[in-house]
Ligand binder design. Structure first.
Ligand SMILES: Nc1ncnc2c1ncn2[C@@H]1O[C@H](COP(=O)(O)OP(=O)(O)O)[C@@H](O)[C@H]1O
Ligand SMILES: [Mg+2]
Length: 325
């Protein structure tokens, strides 16, 4: 869907912001560009919607070289959400979200319906919120509206540059979770920039770890954590390694149960895990419910139970593994 071929961006002789990177983002995938400040993430992202021009190399979207595409036309097909330049303060929530649909000349009723639907996604009451101005919103609400604006015209590609970076940790986690849920419905191709390794692991299908304008490794969160390619990657993960392996090890990795049973209890059982739940999520749920075992459901079918004792054993095994390396 998006392809970088030997792309560099050189600002001056001593400042190579992006240094000969090649990568591919698949359709429907969320690729996270992760790296410390100044590693070239924003520049990489801004070349996709032609806010920056590569010094050399080529970028293709759906096999078309973007050099040959009109910038304005291109940007209408690419949603863009960023941390700082959020919403237009003189425009209401409705006006802010409807900018691109209006540019695309959608008719009034279609826009109205779309904005109502969008606001409901994040639990906003449309009548209460659509006429508010940004100054009448909390930080978390503004950031949610920013995300809705980026997806308003249903673009196939969304670029997000530290979109939740300015939020307090609790609001941040809420908005991340809401976005993951939204994303699993709309299945867009997303490029997401962050310097926060935990956010990266949470949001990504794959992570491209950047340093000094180069890509050190591009891999799934689990591969990155379990098989760092070199010393630099190891250093970046550093002291978070154990916590990250708790986040990227799933119930499925621990328990190979195949028995399945169609059951109505899925709807009755409030506290459940899926094979994709992480060890951290399982720990949280044990703590919250004070139960000694939890049901595991795969697509609404009961596939087994996780016992607290087994979970604790596997954590202790993980800990031993980490001590060995
Ligand atoms: N317009 C610009 N002019 C000159 N240097 C720039 C410009 N934009 C970014 N840079 C430099 O390029 C490098 C990469 O920046 P950036 O892509 O913003 O990194 P990140 O998003 O990873 O923090 C930094 O050294 C930054 O100072
Ligand atoms: Mg940046």
């Amino acid at each position: 869907m998006i392809k970088f071929e030997n792309v560099s961006k050189v600002y001056s002789k001593d400042l190579v912001a992006v240094n000969n990177i090649s990568l591919e983002v698949k359709k429907g995938e969320t690729l996270v560009l992760l790296g410390t400040s100044g590693s070239g993430k924003t520049t990489t992202m801004r070349m996709i919607n032609k806010l920056e021009t590569p010094t050399s190399g080529n970028i293709y979207i759906d096999d078309k070289n973007i050099k040959e595409l009109d910038s304005i036309e291109l940007r209408r097909k690419i949603g863009y959400a960023i941390q700082y330049i959020g919403l237009f303060n003189h425009m209401s929530v409705f006006e802010n979200i409807s900018i691109v649909p209006k540019l695309l000349k959608w008719d009034k009723d279609r826009i109205k319906k779309r904005i109502d639907d969008l606001l409901k996604i994040f639990g906003f009451d449309p009548d209460e919120y659509k006429n508010r101005f940004p100054s009448q919103l909390s930080g978390g609400e503004k950031q949610r509206i920013g995300v809705l604006r980026a997806i308003a015209a249903d673009p196939p590609i969304i670029l997000m540059d530290e979109p939740f970076g300015a939020l307090d940790p609790i609001t941040r986690e809420q908005v991340q979770n809401e976005f993951i849920e939204l994303e699993s419905d709309i299945k867009k191709t997303i490029v997401f920039v962050t310097h926060d390794v935990f956010e990266a692991v949470k949001m990504a299908d794959r992570i491209a770890l950047m340093d000094n304008g180069k890509i050190l490794q591009i891999a799934t969160p689990k591969e990155l954590v379990n098989s760092p390619k070199n010393e630099l990657v190891k250093q970046f993960l550093g002291r978070h390694k154990f916590q990250l392996s708790l986040m990227t090890t799933t119930i499925k990795d621990l328990f190979d149960k195949t028995e399945t049973e169609t059951t109505l209890s899925f709807f009755k059982e409030k506290n459940k895990l899926t094979p994709r739940s992480s060890i951290i999520e399982a720990l949280d749920l044990f703590k919250e419910t004070k139960k000694t075992n939890l049901a595991i459901f795969d697509r609404k079918k009961l596939c087994g139970y996780l016992h607290k004792k087994d979970l604790l054993n596997s954590i202790s095994n993980l800990l031993k593994e980490k001590e060995r390396v």
